[in-house]
Design a protein around this ligand. Structure first.
Ligand code: GAP
Length: 512
């Protein structure tokens, strides 16, 4: 099995050709930074969100979820700092009017990191290195700050400005007290949300990597301010290994490679057990759903790079075809947000601590914040492979993520009784799994189509099936085939989907 290095543009072509992702309203020329998800894309995206919700909300006693509104009271964004500070640096071409991000121009031209670079330094570098318009080569304007929030008006009144949320997190903070009281949460606890966010990115690029409308899966984990390092789950991940790049290592240009969580904590590379726990848990989630652990690392933000609210941030990074990039940000936000919202709303967001009999303001010890579309890309990149023997792409998505789990194929399409029997099997299986019924083209062609879109197993109904009620199951990953009775089919497919080897589940009929 060959692992080709797909570029991001080739991935975009694949996604469009197979019905995963389209440029939004392409018949009108599309619109930069917006994408539509096709019939397979919507299934994959829903499966990713379902697995995240299951792991981090439903299967935990200490986390509950919410689903907040996209447009909320604009004071939320004043309190959070977004109205004043959620900006990127923009420059305009004096001749053709094209707009660019100042820091990105510098990164592209000088190949240096620009995270946290102040406006005056960006201006100096653009001028000093005579960086010109990327489109027509003309002079650029002085750089200025540009707020990334989309604004709109609420109701028929002009001037009643509101914003499309640029992150889901703030809705969690605004609803914090209600959720805590109604769900009777006791520290430490988390509140999670999955939903759309909007950022008017100056230069959306790299397909789904930087979009203007995207989805986030976020979790705010609150702890007692005086018990910030009492992580009750740390033993679960102590031996877990990660590729680590701390701020110190970046400064000294010394990469220590893989370290266990225990080592990260004993060497004080990661400050708190909770931060370490969430970093390992998020990495593990990706790996358990089939991503390749070698393509990940955790990287600490250097001082200049930290957001205004963060005491410490580690990114879970992935090696995309265009380099190592942030896949997920995990920040220690302290009590910054609750404090801000208390101040601006005058509501009391503190909790009563039974032990000390005092009011306390919890700290967000870690906020794992994951873009759904970046996870979507990671799973696709790690699943995509080219099989030389099959001369075909095989999309080896984990069965929990595969958009369609089972393909049901009558061996021939012109024999009514074979097709009827196959339909019966399809009607039965689709009650439990996402299935497809395909009778067009040769059986080889149908297998190839199924492999390319990640269908985990195919079930073929042939003439023998009419006589003995048996069918053939074929594995996408190995092409191994077994023969089983229709009465056993659901049971066998369940076990296969749970990871059992196909050869152990029925009478082998070889590899085809
Ligand atoms: N609440 C914290 C927060 O929003 P962020 O680092 O700005 O932090 C978190 O965003 C995650 O959201 C990123 O790691 C990325 O996965 C995703 N994300 C952010 N901006 C994005 C964009 N323009 N397009 C796609 N995903 C984006």
């Amino acid at each position: 099995m060959e692992k080709p290095k797909l570029t991001i543009d080739e991935m975009a072509v694949f996604c469009k050709r197979k019905g995963f992702v389209y440029p939004s309203a392409e018949i009108y020329g599309g619109i930069a930074g917006f994408y539509d998800f096709g019939h397979l894309g919507v299934e994959l995206k829903n499966n990713i969100k379902k697995e995240w919700w299951k792991t981090f909300v439903q299967q935990r006693d200490d986390v509950v979820g919410i689903d907040g509104s996209i447009i909320t009271n604009p004071n939320v964004w004043k309190a959070s700092g977004h109205v004043d500070g959620f900006t990127d640096v923009i420059v305009d071409c004096k001749k053709c009017g094209s707009r660019f991000r100042g820091d990105t121009l510098i990164e592209d031209k000088l190949k240096i990191p620009t995270a946290g670079m102040p406006l005056d330094e960006i201006a100096e570098k653009l001028k000093g290195h005579r960086i010109k318009c990327q489109k027509c080569g003309s002079e650029l304007s002085e750089p200025k700050k540009f707020n990334l929030m989309f604004s709109t008006n609420v109701g028929p009144v002009q001037g009643s400005v509101a914003y499309l949320r640029p992150e889901t997190a703030q809705i969690i903070f605004a609803d914090f007290k209600l959720v805590q009281e109604n769900a009777r949460l006791k520290l430490p606890f988390g509140i999670a949300q999955i939903g759309k966010s909007f950022r008017n990115e100056i230069s959306p690029r790299e397909f789904l990597f930087r979009m203007r409308e995207f989805e986030q899966m976020e979790l705010e984990y609150f702890v007692h301010p005086e018990k910030q390092d009492e992580c009750i789950f740390i033993e679960e991940v102590s031996d877990y290994e990660l590729n680590v790049l701390s701020a110190e290592m970046q400064k000294n240009k010394k990469n220590m490679g893989k370290l266990t969580i225990r080592q990260c904590l004993s060497k004080k590379i990661i400050r708190t057990k909770w931060h370490a726990y969430w970093l390992a848990s998020m990495h593990k989630w990706f790996v358990e759903l089939g991503a390749n652990p070698e393509h990940f690392r955790i990287r600490q933000h250097v001082k200049d790079e930290l957001s205004h609210y963060a005491l410490d941030t580690w990114d879970l990074e992935y090696e995309f075809p265009f380099g190592w990039r942030e896949l997920q940000g995990l920040s220690n936000r302290t009590d910054f947000d609750l404090k801000q919202h208390m101040e601006h709303s005058k509501a009391d967001l503190s909790l009563f601590d039974e032990e000390s009999k005092k009011k306390i303001l919890p700290h967000v010890i870690c906020e794992p914040s994951q873009g759904v579309e970046r996870a979507f890309l990671v799973f696709l990149f790690d699943a995509y492979s080219y099989d030389k023997a099959r001369e075909n792409v095989v999309l080896r998505l984990h069965p929990k993520l595969a958009p369609v789990k089972i393909g049901i194929f009558p061996l021939v399409s012109n024999k009514a009784d074979v097709v009827k029997k196959a339909r019966g099997v399809y009607d039965e299986l689709k009650q439990r799994w996402a299935c497809t019924f395909d009778l067009s083209g040769s059986i080889g062609r149908r297998y190839a189509r199924a492999d390319e879109t990640g269908i985990y197993a195919t079930v073929t109904i042939d003439f023998e099936s009419l006589e003995d009620d048996s069918v053939t199951i074929r594995s996408r990953d190995t092409t191994e085939q077994i023969r089983v009775k229709i009465s056993e089919l659901k049971d066998v497919l369940t076990k296969f989907m749970e990871g059992e080897k196909l050869g152990k589940l029925g009478k082998s009929v070889g590899v085809k």
